[in-house]
Design a protein around this ligand. Sequence first.
Ligand code: MG
Length: 380
Amino acid sequence: MNLAPYACDPEHSRGRRHPVAPAPTRNAFQRDRDRIVHSTAFRRLVYKTQVFLNHEGDLFRTRLTHSLEVASLARSIARPLGLHEDLVEAIALAHDLGHTPFGHAGQDALDACMAGAGGFEHNLQSLRVVDLLEHRYPDHDGLNLTFETREGILKHCSLANARRLEAQEPGGVGRRFIERLQPGLEAQLANLADEIAYNAHDIDDGVRSGLLTLDQLDAVPLFARHCADAQRAHPRLSEPGSGRRLLYEAIRRMLSAQVYDAIDSTRAALAAAAPRDVEAVRRAAPLVRFSTTMRAESTELKRFLYEHLYRHPQVADTTERGRQVVRALFAIYLERPAEMRESFARRPDRERAVADYIAGMTDRFALREHERLTGQRLFT
Ligand code: MG
């Protein structure tokens, strides 16, 4: 690995909260990645909703396949920039560990349930998973990841929560939200790769589900341009029955364009800011970026997906039922904590324990619990 001076270097990591002896052949970030892949929360991502509920089809993205696509895109961009590929991969694989069942609807419902007890933020929850909620080591809770991976996982955080984190861990991962600093480049990159991944795969899932059409997507320049290019380069793609191949070729071209735009624009930003090391990166403006044009086009695509896919009546209907499940489970566990797994039932911080328990559920476990406790079946 050709590491740039502004990359995070495992040899100069700010370390783990519980010191460990170095591994004989793996660097600290590789070790973080392995710890994440072997965690229970990671395995659960396969049964958690990205946009389409888990049981709606076998070929839609789940949080697991989404996370793998983010990791793959992020590594592709990291290598030519000289960033640490293992770190960017670890952050990408962990970035959605704190997501509730039923996608954003689940998170919004849980946040509303927790309004009087500190709220619920999925980024902060991802950090809670790797810091506290995995119980796999003899002497401590959590996965004991390096500062740099944890810094990347905590993508956003409210000021109130940042102050709470800072009180528990002075100078830790909450500090940058108080001082308004940036995270390392690998964290910035995992964030951009997340956006590249979901914009592309949500078009793919949207069209294959029948909720979006290629005609509708003509209104989105970023997609339409690559779709037209693909048809010009491969006239067969305009023949009847070639819709899928056209879709895939257009998305492939759109992904490439975004990856190369991110590499070029970030290179230019790094050349202009000339950060000497990762501390200089943290004090600079965000350096991992798209060009101005790509930023505008990506935002437009996001707006399109929001309006036509995420708020599509069919998606809204299923997510509303997901919301009901979360609300009902929260009320029941709060009143009857013994219905939860014992390690959650005996915790004194009742609301947070309930939120942690629900957030950790897969879609189908939440549905089974809901049916067991209410006798209702919301999805058939
Ligand atoms: Mg994501």
